[in-house]
Design a protein around this ligand. Structure first.
Ligand SMILES: [Zn+2]
Length: 342
């Protein structure tokens, strides 16, 4: 009996550790001029208790909203990380984590300046998500650049290698090499290009989106390399935001989603046409997805997977400078075509 009890304790501790380290629990904070988004991703169903009170402070009528989220196993590190950054622009927001794992989110704001809305969604990996939209009224700041601004995001970097392909080729290195070539072509054509990274460094997803939002980019493109456990899988595909996620409740995103579809289609078609002038290529088309960089950006945005580093032929191509140049030409042409049509 005693032995069984000890065994039970060991098993309980083991499962407890597993639950605490549950994959998929994440907290993101995307900032911008128009809105901030606080996104919780959790592996299981969440329960949320909401309270709202009006109060006065220094003669101003303010609102306090409190959300208590149960079942969202965010690590204390992530909460601390977000705490360091969440706040500002007339909105006070605080995230705290209770000993029982509950997350408490408190907003204090001026309702004539800010609106707050909550939306639930399900990710493509079927984890549960909640996003709090903090929309700022009349916060449009005129942009300094009169030229089109492109936010270019080379996926992964630093400790985040992305996928590893045949011969040990790393996604982060290929994405950066191709991104730098795209940057050069676009600059020559007179565009302003804001790179989320210029070298091999780690940047969190919400810092990438915040940089693009604050730079008021006209469009955002994220560059990635694909992987499949099946070596024969090959081709190029593009993702753009899932239009059903917030729209039509959040009007500013209704337009973004339809424009993102146009951007994704234009880039996919242009890259496929350009590559097919010299090589055969599988066109995996433009698809809808719920990716963090696509969710958190406030401008039309797309994510392109430029080939499979797990496919021997495509991996060798992706490693060659000539093929990287060809991809850069195709991407730049697609961006140019999209901007011409809007
Ligand atoms: Zn990637």
């Amino acid at each position: 009996m005693g032995k069984r009890f000890i065994f039970f304790i060991i098993i309980s501790l083991f499962f407890n550790t597993m639950v605490l380290a549950a994959p998929g629990a994440q907290l993101y904070y995307h900032q911008g001029h128009l809105c901030d988004q606080i996104v919780f991703y959790c592996p299981q169903q969440l329960s949320v208790v909401h309270g709202k009170t009006n109060f006065r402070q220094n003669g101003r009528a303010l609102v306090r909203e409190e959300y208590v989220i149960k079942g969202c196993l965010i690590s204390s590190d992530e909460v601390m990380h977000a705490l360091g950054r969440i706040n500002g622009n007339g909105t006070y927001c605080r995230v705290t984590k209770g000993a029982d794992g509950r997350i408490k989110l408190v907003f204090k704001y001026d309702p004539t300046q800010v609106t707050i809305s909550r939306h639930d969604f399900e990710s493509i990996q079927r984890s549960k998500g909640i996003v709090f939209m903090v929309e700022k009224k009349n916060k449009m700041v005129p942009r300094t650049s009169s030229k089109p601004v492109i936010a270019l995001d080379c996926g992964h970097g630093g400790k985040d290698f992305g996928t590893t392909g045949i011969g040990g080729v790393l996604e982060k290195d290929l994405a950066l090499a191709i991104g730098k070539k795209v940057e050069r072509v676009l600059r020559k054509q007179g565009y302003v290009v804001n790179m989320t990274r210029n070298d091999d460094r780690f940047i969190s997803l919400d810092n990438r989106t915040t940089k693009a939002n604050k730079g008021q980019a006209d469009l955002f493109l994220s560059l990635h390399i694909n992987y499949s456990p099946r070596q024969e899988v090959s081709g190029i595909e593009t993702f753009c935001c899932n239009g059903n996620l917030y729209a039509p409740k959040v009007k500013m995103f209704a337009q973004k989603d339809s424009q993102s579809a146009g951007l994704g289609e234009a880039i996919q078609q242009s890259v496929v046409q350009t590559v097919r002038q010299k090589h055969s290529l599988n066109d995996r088309r433009c698809k809808r997805s719920v990716s963090q960089v696509l969710m958190g950006t406030q401008m039309p945005s797309a994510l392109i997977e430029l080939g499979f580093c797990s496919n021997p032929q495509e991996s060798a191509r992706l490693n060659s400078v000539a093929y990287q140049e060809l991809l850069a030409q195709g991407i730049s042409k697609g961006i140019h075509q999209y901007l011409k049509q809007i």
